[in-house]
Design a protein around this ligand. Structure first.
Ligand SMILES: Nc1nc2c(ncn2[C@@H]2O[C@H](COP(=O)(O)OP(=O)(O)OP(=O)(O)O)[C@@H](O)[C@H]2O)c(=O)[nH]1
Ligand SMILES: [Zn+2]
Length: 199
């Protein structure tokens, strides 16, 4: 089953303007938007773009606040290998990979599923990988107010693969650390755990 819910569930509506602009682009590149295979493409493309940028309409703080529970557990919580798909703001081409997120609770834990949801809220916007990393980091830090938070993102950028420099195997890693993760031992423990296949 697809991990993604359908568009209707998100209550997204495309506008005629977005659809018509996709039609113009298709014509401009030398295609015939009236031929059978392309007839519905402007609408599909508009829907896809709306889906991929739905993060602008979502509130990551509300998502976290809705599932914070008082709990005295104060060791590291790691959610690793969260798949993410975003769009680079320079070319509007995908970059995709994995996010690894950890926090050390400070009186509250958060529903586990909310961390990947927060990743999606910020990933489904026009982004650069660095800002995406910090958006996730600062949102968790400011809302949950943990003793520490860490975010690592590893991603491949289609704008570097399909075009431009055309490098197929380069992966970009970005990271951010706050609170106790600024201490080298805590940071190293986190980095060791996300690179382990057993954790
Ligand atoms: N730092 C950063 N750069 C990114 C990201 N996504 C794409 N880029 C880069 O954005 C830059 C835009 O550079 P420009 O020289 O203005 O654009 P360009 O002529 O299309 O560049 P090339 O990709 O080198 O052909 C490129 O170097 C991309 O690799 C990202 O998430 N973070
Ligand atoms: Zn790009």
């Amino acid at each position: 089953m697809s991990p993604y819910r359908n568009l209707e569930e998100y209550n997204l509506e495309i506008t005629d303007e977005v659809r018509d602009r996709y039609a113009s682009i298709i014509n401009e590149i030398g295609e015939d938007v009236t031929r059978e295979g392309l007839e519905k493409t402007p609408e599909r493309a508009a829907k896809a773009m709306l889906f991929l940028t739905q993060g602008y309409k979502q509130d990551a703080v509300e998502i976290l606040k809705g599932a914070m529970f008082k709990e005295s557990y104060d060791d590291m919580v790691i959610i690793k290998d969260i798949e993410l798909y975003s769009l680079c703001e320079h070319h509007m081409l995908p970059f995709f990979g994995k996010a690894h997120v950890a926090y050390i609770p400070n009186g509250h834990i958060v529903g586990l599923s909310k961390i990947p949801r927060v990743v999606d809220v910020f990933a489904r916007r026009l982004q650069v990988q660095e800002r995406l990393t910090h958006d996730i980091l600062e949102c968790i830090n400011d809302t949950l107010k943990p003793k520490g938070v860490a975010v690592v993102i590893e991603a491949a950028h289609m704008c570097m693969m399909m075009r431009g420099v055309q490098k197929q195997n380069s992966v970009t890693t970005t990271s951010g650390f706050r609170g106790q993760f600024e201490k080298i031992e805590t940071r190293n423990e986190f980095l060791k755990l996300i690179s382990s296949h057993l954790s």
